[in-house]
Write a new protein. Sequence first.
Length: 155
Amino acid sequence: MPAKKSWREKLEDSRDLPRVAKIPEKMTQKWGAGTLVIPAPMEVNDIMKSVPEGKLITINQIRERLAQKHQATIGCPMTTGIFASIAAHAANEAELAGEGDTTPYWRTLKSGGVINEKYPGGIDKQKILLQLEGHTIVQKGKKFVVKDFEKSLVG
């Protein structure tokens, strides 16, 4: 049985990606017709890593940037989310190994400014990191949201 890949190995494994494909029929009702880009994991990481301290980005903004870069109608919602999670875990893995200059994954939010509970350290760690950068976190139902997140989004 092969050894399990580390998060950093998963991040660097681009397989045959990026790839632009026709939006599958089952997705056209929600996303419309056209093309979608299935990004390489490192492309998602590079966008996340480019977000400066005090600024934020949403997963939808990442998808928009990927679509624009590859002249596709949309960025794949499924793989973009998966690769953002891999980037977050790879950054945490690198941080735990004592490496510097890791991807600031806590600056990447779900739509609506919601903190991603599946990122390393969960809500609690991200709340602390976001508050250290000057953001206010509020609870809305069971979710935690960066208050007025729109004012801090990267352009």
